[in-house]
Design a protein around this ligand. Sequence first.
Ligand SMILES: Nc1ncnc2c1ncn2[C@@H]1O[C@H](COP(=O)(O)OP(=O)(O)O)[C@@H](O)[C@H]1O
Ligand SMILES: Cc1cn([C@H]2C[C@H](O)[C@@H](COP(=O)(O)OP(=O)(O)O)O2)c(=O)[nH]c1=O
Length: 226
Amino acid sequence: MSSISNGGLFLTLEGIDGAGKSSHLDALEARFKAQGRTVVRTREPGGTPLAETLRGLVLEQPMNPLTESLLVFAARCDHIAQVIEPALARGEVVLCDRFTDATFAYQGAGRGFDTAVLATLEQWVQAGRAGLPASQLLQPQVTVWFDLAPEIAAQRLAGARVPDKFEAQPVEFFRRVAQGYAARAAADASRFVRIDASQARDQVWQQIDTALVARGVLSPVQGAAR
Ligand SMILES: Nc1ncnc2c1ncn2[C@@H]1O[C@H](COP(=O)(O)OP(=O)(O)O)[C@@H](O)[C@H]1O
Ligand SMILES: Cc1cn([C@H]2C[C@H](O)[C@@H](COP(=O)(O)OP(=O)(O)O)O2)c(=O)[nH]c1=O
């Protein structure tokens, strides 16, 4: 884990659209609060008024992948400064629905954009933030990765909601995005918790809980089955 001072915890959730991550955010937030932690729940792109405006553009307007990458990193820059850094400095839990792994997966692997440029933007936006030395990138300490076959995700999403620009992409796009996540997880294995998201909701929750307890991020629930 990278060292964020003051006991702050930066935790992200990632996965292709329809993998099921939104279904567990309430429970995760409640679980941390039950342990006396203050939770800042946020998302990317978004989390500040400016970043939410940029989110609307990214999710609704056609644009080339460089423009898309610049907008998500611009949103991230504002989000880090306004929300993430202050919360971590107060020692809180930042529970963030997506972060930079999504940029590598969607813009990099999905849209085929140059990951070296993404790595440069990542450096610009994340190096030396949250009190870290200039040589170190601000990254989540833990990333819960909902790994699911794109075909199953598409079935789950069919009819569930009006698709946005990304959700309307064909299954091949999500196959590349899923490979992008796998590559990112392989490159930083100690940060990622892989969840088999094909299981039923309760079992997915059990996997998340067990993994976070094993990492010492959550304490076991008193009286929980072993
Ligand atoms: N484990 C699961 N099994 C079956 N369906 C699920 C499961 N988890 C979530 N869903 C359903 O799949 C759809 C997508 O879930 P959601 O949590 O919105 O995904 P995401 O936030 O990853 O895009 C929703 O209709 C949700 O009710
Ligand atoms: C953070 C981020 C998200 N995205 C995409 C992934 C998702 O399709 C979309 C928004 O994510 P999400 O909030 O998961 O969508 P929803 O509200 O529909 O559950 O933005 C990128 O393409 N690049 C990024 O850097």
